[in-house]
Write a protein that binds this ligand. Structure first.
Ligand SMILES: NC(=O)c1ccc[n+]([C@@H]2O[C@H](COP(=O)([O-])OP(=O)(O)OC[C@H]3O[C@@H](n4cnc5c(N)ncnc54)[C@H](OP(=O)(O)O)[C@@H]3O)[C@@H](O)[C@H]2O)c1
Length: 266
């Protein structure tokens, strides 16, 4: 059986991966780690695969603290790649945030529009240069219900359930992915050859259309307005599909989540 080490095991994605991969080892926090600490942890735990979810993942926090972002989002994964253990690291659909074309975007068509995205793209390039077997997973915005006793991250589903006035763009195409499906697919991702993969739900609706669908599906007391012009974050997930990794569409993923949690209440 593969020995799997998960960084960020209490984070939004990491906690769901730990739940799914019952025998995975939780990595100690790497917030203040040095290259030596990383090497020592890996030497001690001797994993076959590292699933790396730790990051400074809030766009505004990265803009406010560029050095902290560089350390967390570039240096830390490069140190992990240097251990030569198979690395599966999370990246982001934000690498497409300044694309001018309509989409969907294949992996090679990048144009990062913020510092977080630039650092993630640099991380992809540097980890692959150091360790060509590295698998980089570009994730969409993910959602789930809160887990009891675990700090919750704001997400589309929770925002919508909260109700009230909300604004989504009628022109922005963006996939949204059920994080539990992401955790499920990580097992297959460990078998992928090194490279970058768009990794999430495909989508042909705009954010406002998705929000309207969810509002009607659950009868939510939400007042939706059009946020207007927004960049697309529309990933073409064919490469992962060609390797057998097929996510639900955004709407089917939401249907699955609604069913898992009995959100319809009937
Ligand atoms: N959530 C999304 O919708 C989304 C969308 C696209 C891409 N992603 C990417 O997916 C991965 C997982 O996201 P997530 O939402 O699970 O992240 P998260 O919950 O915000 O953070 C994951 C873990 O990162 C560690 N961490 C926080 N600040 C750090 C720092 N400065 N240096 C080192 N480690 C730090 C923490 O673990 P410890 O407490 O153990 O230190 C935290 O639990 C990230 O790479 C993120 O960029 C997420």
């Amino acid at each position: 059986m593969l020995k799997v080490l998960v960084t960020g095991p209490r984070g939004f994605v990491g906690a769901r991966i730990m739940e799914k991969l019952k025998t995975a080892q939780p990595c100690p926090s790497l917030r203040n780690a040095t290259e030596d600490t990383v090497k020592r942890i890996v030497d001690t735990m001797q994993p076959d695969v590292i699933i790396h979810t730790s990051a400074l993942s809030d766009i505004a926090s990265c803009e406010r603290a560029p050095e902290a972002s560089y350390r967390a989002n570039v240096e830390l994964p490069v140190w992990l790649a240097k251990t030569r253990v198979k690395l599966v690291a999370f990246s982001t659909d934000q690498v497409y945030s300044a694309c001018r074309e309509e989409g969907p975007y294949p992996e090679e068509m990048t144009a990062p529009g913020n510092l977080y995205a630039r650092h993630k793209l640099e991380m992809e390039e540097k980890t692959l240069a150091v360790n060509p077997g590295t698998v980089l997973l570009r994730a969409t915005w993910m959602y789930d219900m809160p887990v009891y006793g675990v700090e919750n991250r704001g997400n589309f589903l929770v925002n919508m359930l909260r109700g009230g006035a909300q604004s989504y763009s009628s022109v922005q195409h963006r996939g949204l992915t059920y994080v539990r499906e992401v955790a499920e697919m990580v097992r297959a991702a460990m078998q992928l050859p090194g490279g970058v993969y768009n990794f999430g739900s495909d989508h042909d609706l705009t954010m406002l259309e998705t929000a309207r669908w969810l509002k009607e599906e659950l009868g939510l007391p939400v007042e939706l307005t059009d946020a207007g012009e927004r960049h697309h974050l529309w990933m073409d997930c064919k490469k992962a599909r060609d390797h057998g990794i097929c996510f639900h569409s955004t709407i089917d993923g939401l249907r699955q989540c609604i069913s898992d949690y009995g959100l319809r209440g009937d």
